[in-house]
Each structure stands twice: as C-alpha cells, then as structure tokens.
Design a protein around this ligand. Structure first.
Ligand code: KG4
Ligand code: ZN
Length: 388
C-alpha cells in the first residue's frame, strides 16, 4: 500500500499524437485528471497521406516541453524556482532531439520540482523514432527531478482505456469487469485480438498479417481519392450508400481469412482488390465510390465479427473490450453491439484514439505492482503485450 494521493505524469509519443497528462489517484479505483494536453499532428501528416515517422519525431520534440508546462500549470503544480539541472547529463540524454534539448535547458530549470510520484511513458509498440522522443524526455525529467519511470505498453493502455468511466463530480473510476475478457484493438497501427485473463495477464490470440485495419481504411480512401485520415471519409460514403439503398452487388470484395482456423487478419488483399476494381472501372462517380466504401466497410466488419464470435466461444469470454481509433466507426460499433451476445465495453470517444490518460492509468496499475524500472530501457517498436 502506498500513500494516497498518488500522482502520475504520463507521456505518449508512439505515433502522431503528442500527449502529456497528470493524474491524481485518490484511491485504487478513483482518480482525477489534473492536467491533460494533446497535440495531434494529423494536419502535418496529411500531405504525406499517412504518418511520416521522422516528421512525427520532430513534432514530438517541438511539443513536449510546452505541453508539459501547460499540464503543470493546469494542475497547479507549476511553481517558479531557479533549480539546478545537470546540463551534461541532459545533453547526453537529449542529444538526438536538438529542439527538445534547447527547450528543456531553457524551461525546466525555472520549475520547482513538482510533487509527482512517477512518470509513465510509452515504451512501445509504435514508431521507434517517435517513441524515443517521449522516452528520452521522461528520462531527462526523471534524472532532473529524481522521479521513477514506469515503462508502459501502449496496447495495455488501449485495453485499460475501456475501463475508465467518468463520474458526475468530474472524477473517474476504474470499472471492474468479468474475466476472461477478449480485447479487440483496432487502429491505424494495430489489429489485435487479445485474451485478457486478468489485467496484466495477456495472450495475443490474433494479429494482422499485413496492414492494420485503420491503415486499410486509409489506403482504400487514398485509392478513391479521399483525404487522410481515410476512416471517417469511407465511413461517411458507406453511410450515404446505405441511406440511398444503393445496389452494391457489382462491387463485391473478398473477406480475407474469414474462415481460416485462427484469429489472424489480413487486409492488404481487400485493398489490392479495390485498386484493381477502380482501375478497371476508370471513371469513379460519387455513387461508385459510395458503393465501394460500403462494400469495404461490410467486408472488414464481417471479418471482425466472425473472428470475435469464434474467439468468444472458444475461450469462454465474459466481456468484450474494443479499443483503438477505428472504433470511431459507427457501423462497426453498431454491428458489435447488435451481434455480440456478451457484455461489450468501449472507451469514451476521447480515450479511443491515442492519448496519455490511458498511459497514466496503466502506469498507476503498474505502480501498484511496483514494477518500476528507472534504469535504461529502450524504445521497442514491436513490443509484445504477452512478453513479461
Ligand atoms: O488509434 P488511432 O487514433 O491511432 C493509431 O494508433 O493508429 O487510429 C487512427 C486510425 C486511422 O487509420 C483512421 O483512419 C481510423 O483510425 N479511423 C477510422 C474512423 N475514424 C478514424 N476508421 C474507420 N472509421 C472511422 N470512422
Ligand atoms: Zn494506439
């Protein structure tokens, strides 16, 4: 048992969102968000039609110090004081992030050591150059303020995000669920089915063999001439096709691996099928685009539902937890609610995309178990959820 309140500073930089938050736990199950700042780089990556890792790295480097200052101010933990920092050490720590280094040396010595118990930072999976920025920043803060670091698996964050429920007094609770649970993680970077025997006890039972589901949405959108991120665009066109009751039977797409005897996914074949189809058609009218978008959404939804249903029965699952940015897709969510017969939970909209609140909560849970690692750990682009 430790002394409440417990304050966790959390940092997330695994992809194209730079996020920092400060959570205060009053009890094991109740916390407040003292500060939360998120900068989405989506606009910056638009011209590349996807996330460009070196740009993400540079943007994280630019944004972390201002976001931290904002979070400390919002948390009433920004107190001015001329503090000493070990410049040689910080130079070493941040030598690959020149903009971050410059801001760190300028701003951090002005801040009195805030009363924070631990720094939770995303260790992986994600884009390694992007992950490194958050990790190096956390290490530099850890050295300066003598605060332990808790490395967090981003995917565990996504799972835990579904357990966070807001209360009317502005605080949040961590909900209890029945185990075993099945977690479906669907985003621009991942498509994973995870058997959750308990929080902290995970087994990946299915994964994508090629593109992640969000990536497939983005690529198909690009083929149809729609802007990035493509998920919301495809979803809008598909809905329009449904509203108009368009006959889409001419635009049949495959349902890859729907009957395979495992829980793996493959989405690149659908994308290639769309590419050939559109080449053959030539001129894409709005109605053709709407029809293809609907057929694509139907195809991926059917595959997801089939795999979930079989996994629920095979593992005797009690709760389905769905997380990740693609759950913003109304049709997929609707079909899960309609067709999955067990209790099904989702994170709130703000917590379904990448954020640092889920990293902070995961950090608190890890802190409870005293799995604290202040020593040197590395960014791990392919970090698995089921390796201890
Ligand atoms: O979780 P997220 O914000 O970032 C990653 O960790 O990847 O997910 C972003 C992905 C993008 O591929 C985007 O196209 C997709 O989520 N997405 C959607 C929708 N809204 C966002 N996909 C399908 N339908 C949507 N409505
Ligand atoms: Zn994510």
């Amino acid at each position: 048992m430790h002394k409440f309140p417990v304050r966790i500073l959390s940092i997330e930089t695994s992809c194209d969102e730079t996020a920092v938050s400060l959570l205060e736990f009053k009890t094991e199950k109740n916390f407040k968000i003292l500060g939360n700042a998120l900068y989405s780089q989506i606009e910056k990556h638009k011209e590349f039609g996807g996330v460009f890792p070196m740009l993400a790295k540079r943007e994280h480097g630019k944004n972390l110090v201002p976001l931290l200052i904002k979070v400390l101010q919002d948390s009433q933990l920004y107190n001015e004081k001329n503090s000493e920092i070990d410049e040689d050490e910080i130079n070493k720590q941040l030598d690959r992030e020149p903009e971050l280094l410059e801001q760190f040396i300028k701003e951090i010595p002005k801040i009195d050591r805030p009363k924070i118990d631990a720094i939770a930072v995303t260790e992986g999976p994600g884009l390694e150059p992007a992950l490194w920025v958050g990790i190096n920043f956390a290490k530099a803060l850890s050295v300066t303020w003598n605060i332990p670091i808790i490395p967090i698996n981003h995917m565990e964050g996504h799972i835990i995000s579904a357990l966070i429920k807001s209360n009317t007094d502005g605080s949040f609770n961590l909900n209890e669920i029945e185990f075993p649970a099945l977690s479906l993680l669907i985003s621009g970077g991942h498509t994973q089915l995870v058997l959750v025997k308990n929080i902290g006890d995970y087994q990946i039972v299915g994964d994508t063999r090629d593109d992640a589901i969000g990536e497939a949405f983005d690529k198909v959108a690009r083929i149809l001439g729609l802007p990035y991120p493509g998920g919301p665009e495809i979803s809008r066109l598909a809905q329009s096709a449904r509203d108009k009751n368009l006959d889409t039977s001419k635009y049949k797409l495959p349902r890859p691996m729907i009957n395979s005897n495992d829980f793996d996914f493959s989405f690149s074949g659908i994308k290639t099928a769309v590419l050939y189809m559109t080449k053959k058609i030539g001129n894409l009218t709005d109605e053709i685009k709407e029809s293809i978008a609907k057929e694509f959404e139907d195809a991926v939804t059917e595959v997801l539902i089939k795999k979930i249903t079989v996994a629920i029965s095979k593992y005797n699952i009690k709760t389905l937890i769905t997380g990740g940015g693609v759950i913003a897709n109304r049709y997929i969510k609707e079909k899960i609610n309609e067709l999955v017969k067990i209790k099904s939970i989702f994170p709130s909209h703000e917590l379904s995309t990448d954020n640092s609140i889920m990293i902070g909560v995961a950090g608190f849970i890890r802190f409870e178990e005293k799995i604290i690692n202040t020593s040197d750990f590395k960014a791990s682009g392919n970090l698995r959820l089921d390796l201890k």
